[in-house]
Design a protein around this ligand. Structure first.
Ligand code: B12
Ligand code: SF4
Ligand code: SF4
Length: 421
């Protein structure tokens, strides 16, 4: 077994207790622990058909929801004819190539650390007859961590039907390479299980950090050097002999200490400005206020992506972005803080201190969306209070990205669309 090095941005400093999935936020909301308003919103978040088709288990007719069809599918049988694996390193290279072929944008491998496997499931259903509260037994050796990127432009239309559709699409399409990769491994004669949106027995972030996909940011998510946090994370666990990857250092530790841009932008003030990290369940890390973040999305009626889109790592894939990351990686740790300060200053200058982009697509308009409350029964017209505290990026950024505020048509290849199925 190859030992893994410890990541810098989130350090394990004590005993980590594996979580019961029932103590994670979605089941807490379903039990009404965050209040009635959020509970109702989660049960019926939208009437928009473009969002409804992606709703896992929310859709009255499961035949109209691909996530429901996939999550309910039984786990395939393991082929009794086992393909020998003489070289685990070579097999890892092959599995990564196949994962990318199947539609993932990034892939890495870690040991399956039992601390990040849930003890009990929160949801039942499906054709395997699982029930909520069932204990989880997942003793696989490896976690193949996949990331599927969302579209840069549509993410920028945060807190609107446009970004909702993009986020929901990402949740759904990220299931496909994950499902297929697990099936492929079973066809090779090894057990494999897939974990994705609405169907997970593991916490994907710590596994993806250990698999070298990125580092944990102040906003509580994994930051990848190219895709930042707009990566939908999924996992295939297996006993196929593999070689693990190592965590990466892309400068997130030093950047997040000084930058705090996500904390400044967060409309619900859920991200801490603190200089010192918390220790939570044995891990020293930045941790968001989950309850206020959750309540905000219900009040606004849309998924919020502002901590993702305002992050300094969330940029188009340009040579100057790649050069900056390259510089951060190679600069010795003590010399990084003086490098971070001017970088944040330039980011504020170009993108705005609290970046807000207006985007129009089909009949949607992110400005108008933010006035309509979608909590069932609520007739009030809410003012987009958070918007006052936000500002648009410089005119040339907005007009270059979205001329006349219009998003590019989905069919148009613009070179920045990160892999669509
Ligand atoms: C419930 C949930 C939510 C809740 C609560 C968020 C939260 N931070 O807990 C709400 C609805 C508010 C939410 C919002 C969002 N979410 Co969400 N959410 C989840 C879900 C299903 C469970 C998270 C959970 O159990 N939290 C409870 C405890 C564990 O939280 P915590 O102690 O604060 O720990 C957090 C991190 O520190 C990390 N973590 C926990 N232990 C350890 C240990 C180590 C060593 C490390 C490194 C990290 C780590 O994981 C936790 C999640 O952020 C995960 C998928 C999953 N199965 O984990 C997606 C997930 C975290 N969400 C995701 C995303 C993208 C979002 C949003 C941007 C979009 C949205 N609106 O839905 C926002 C961003 C909010 C934010 N800044 O975190 C992605 C993050 C992808 C990434 N690149 O990291 C995930 C992984 C879904 C996925 N499969 O891609 N989400
Ligand atoms: S999703 Fe929105 S409300 Fe939640 S932490 Fe991120 S910016 Fe704040
Ligand atoms: S915006 Fe800044 S502080 Fe927040 S996660 Fe990104 S780099 Fe870290």
């Amino acid at each position: 077994m190859v030992a893994q090095v410890e990541p810098r941005a989130a350090r394990v400093v004590g005993a980590v207790r594996p979580l019961d999935e029932r103590e994670t936020p979605h089941p807490m909301v379903d039990r009404g622990e965050f209040g009635e308003r959020v509970r109702l919103w989660r049960r019926n978040p939208t009437t928009d058909p473009l969002i409804k088709i992606f709703g896992a288990r929310n859709e009255a007719d499961p035949g109209n929801s691909l996530p429901t069809i996939l999550t309910d599918a039984p786990e395939g049988k393991v082929n009794p004819v086992v393909t020998p694996v003489p070289d685990a390193a070579e097999m890892s290279r092959k599995i990564k190539e196949i994962a990318l072929f199947l539609g993932a944008d990034v892939v890495g491998i870690a040991h399956l650390d039992q601390r990040y496997v849930y003890t009990h499931r929160a949801r039942g259903g499906g054709t395997d007859g699982a029930k909520a509260g069932d204990p989880i037994e997942l003793r696989h050796k490896y976690a193949i961590c996949l990331g599927k990127s969302g579209d840069f432009d549509r993410y920028m239309a945060s807190l609107s039907s446009i970004s909702d559709a993009e986020y929901a699409l990402g949740n759904t399409v990220s299931m496909v390479p994950t499902f297929l990769l697990a099936a492929y491994i079973r066809q090779m004669g090894y057990p494999a299980r897939w974990h994705a949106y609405g169907k997970g027995e593991v916490n994907p972030i710590p596994l993806a950090v250990m698999a070298g996909l990125g580092e944990l940011g102040r906003h509580g998510m994994l930051i990848h050097e190219k895709y930042s946090s707009r990566l939908h994370l999924t996992v295939v666990t297996t006993d196929l002999p593999l070689q693990v990857d190592q965590p990466v250092d892309i400068g997130v530790e030093e950047f997040c200490r000084y930058c705090k841009k996500c904390a400044r932008t967060c409309p619900s003030r859920s991200i801490t400005f603190a200089d010192v990290k918390d220790v939570y369940n044995g891990v020293e890390k930045w941790r968001i206020n989950v309850e206020s973040c959750y309540k905000h999305r219900a009040a606004a009626g849309h998924n919020c992506l502002w901590c993702t889109t305002s992050c300094c790592y969330h940029k188009m894939d340009t040579w100057y972005h790649r050069l900056t990351i390259w510089l951060l990686r190679r600069t010795p740790v003590p010399l990084r803080p003086p490098l971070v300060k001017p970088l944040v200053w330039v980011d504020d200058l170009i993108w705005g201190k609290r970046p807000y982009v207006r985007a129009k697509w089909l009949d949607y308009d992110s400005d108008l969306d933010q006035r309509t409350c979608q909590v069932p029964g609520c007739k009030a017209e809410h003012q987009p209070t958070f918007k006052k505290r936000l500002q648009r990026p410089g005119r040339w950024v907005q007009s270059r990205l979205f001329p006349n505020d219009e998003l590019r048509p989905a069919g148009e290849t613009n070179g920045r669309q990160a892999g669509s199925l």
